[in-house]
Ligand binder design. Structure first.
Ligand code: AMP
Ligand code: MG
Length: 417
């Protein structure tokens, strides 16, 4: 039986990234950049004021207060005022361009007093000194022309949408989403909404997989339910293998009607391996049919989900060009003693909480049976116990793969000040 690490290494080797497609910027939210983005302009484009106040020559303010003549007023969106002569100031608003020459600082309006207008025009008393560059935002201080602003593989999140918009980018090249076919097998399965006959159950795996595929950026294709029949399974597999990835559930262990492996072989699939030393999710088979990567996951709802996180998710993320395709594993203390037999790695469903020292506390969700989907619904992560481990004692340090960080969100503001 193969180790988990070995299996992951095999499955993730040589996964090709999907090609790029062009999308209008607003539609690129949540996608991954297919190419690095460079700026061809300066942000901000011109020196401009960081405050409402007066643009001045700092050398004029040697011994404040100093009375200056107000040459003009510049608002954000105006062109820059002409050169500022000695003894003059320009009234300037936040974001407005600095005068083309002469002015090298801004004094905040709070630090000035406007003098009643005289025949000589408007005047202002500047009450404080200014250092050269004070309250001036320099052209290009955020981004310089030619600078790489985002690498290929970056997620187009809200900040990056804004960053690209600030460069005037209207369209971006993103990586196409892998098409992921989902096929559930089992005579016992009916769709939610249908009436189950005696002995029948609702197909839940297709729905968890639909969510999991979407959550990790793939494009799910629901291929429905196939009965436990060799010919029907072969036909369904043949059709579904037009996708980039095919996930089947059930029918992959030693039962008399477990046809998935047989059907894949009959269809000419290249099977890589089919047993990994892990609980849950030991019966699983991996291979390819043409260009389609196939993951035959176990039918038990928890095995199916855990199998997806272990095997399928990294492959989808690699197809998306994610430079970090693996979920985070963090240290935690375990709240109870767990006894284990060596031979297989265990992935135990746990809820996470902060412990008093600021670390994380991991507690099992109760039954670890691979049929108990409600425990997956509660779980924030999977506690990882190595193949040779004989268990852990209460309070020991363990590693947890985090699936859901929502336990760190808080009901009340939690700034800690
Ligand atoms: P199998 O791997 O086909 O032997 O199925 C193992 C267990 O998982 C059986 O109890 C099945 O009824 C259950 N199961 C298989 N497929 C699904 C599914 N799509 N939704 C819910 N339960 C399933
Ligand atoms: Mg079955």
């Amino acid at each position: 039986m193969m180790d988990v690490d070995q299996a992951i290494a095999k499955l993730t080797r040589g996964v090709p990234r999907k090609p790029a497609r062009t999308l209008p910027l607003a539609e690129a939210h949540g996608r991954i950049l297919a190419e690095p983005m460079f700026s061809d302009l300066s942000v901000p484009p011109l020196d401009n004021s960081a405050m409402d106040g007066f643009a001045v020559r700092s050398a004029d303010l040697g011994q404040p207060p100093v009375r200056l003549s107000v040459a003009t007023t510049t608002f954000a969106g105006d062109p820059p005022a002409g050169p500022l002569g000695p003894g003059h100031a320009v009234r300037i608003m936040t974001g407005a361009p600095m005068p083309v020459a002469g002015a090298d600082a801004v004094v905040r309006v709070e630090d000035t007093r406007v003098v009643a207008p005289t025949d000589g025009g408007e005047q202002v008393d500047i009450l404080v000194g200014a250092a050269p560059g004070g309250f001036v935002r320099r052209a290009g201080e955020d981004i310089r022309p030619g600078q790489q602003v985002l690498p290929a593989g970056a997620l187009v999140n809200a900040a990056n949408l804004g960053l690209l918009a600030s460069l005037g980018v209207g369209h971006v090249q993103v990586v196409q989403r892998p098409r992921v076919a989902i096929l559930s097998t089992g005579d016992e399965l009916v769709r939610p909404g249908q009436q189950p006959g005696p002995g029948q159950i609702f197909n839940s795996n297709s729905f968890t997989l639909l969510g999991l595929v979407r959550e990790c950026g793939g494009l799910p294709i629901d291929c429905g339910i196939v009965l436990d029949d060799l010919d029907a399974t072969r036909a369904a597999l043949r059709q579904a293998a037009a996708a980039d990835v095919l996930i089947t559930t059930g029918g992959v262990s030693m039962g008399e009607r477990d046809w998935v492996r047989v059907a894949l072989e009959a269809e000419g699939a290249q099977l890589q391996f089919w047993k990994v030393a892990v609980k849950p999710g030991k019966p699983a088979c991996f291979g390819s049919l043409g260009a389609c990567r196939i993951f035959g996951l176990a039918g038990n709802p928890v095995s199916c989900m855990v199998g997806f996180y272990q095997w399928v998710r990294p492959v989808i993320r690699l197809m998306l060009g994610d430079p970090r395709p693996h979920l985070p594993v963090v240290p935690a203390t375990v709240s109870e003693t767990i006894c284990k037999r060596p031979g297989r790695a265990w992935l135990e469903r746990v809820v996470l909480d902060r412990d008093p020292s600021g670390g994380l506390l991991a507690s099992r969700t109760g039954s670890q049976s691979s049929g108990v989907l409600s425990s997956m619904s509660q779980a924030h992560g999977l506690l990882l116990l190595h193949r040779e481990s004989t268990g852990v004692a209460q309070g020991e340090r363990v590693s947890v793969m985090v699936l859901d960080w929502s336990f760190l969100h808080s009901r009340e503001p939690d700034y800690g000040w």
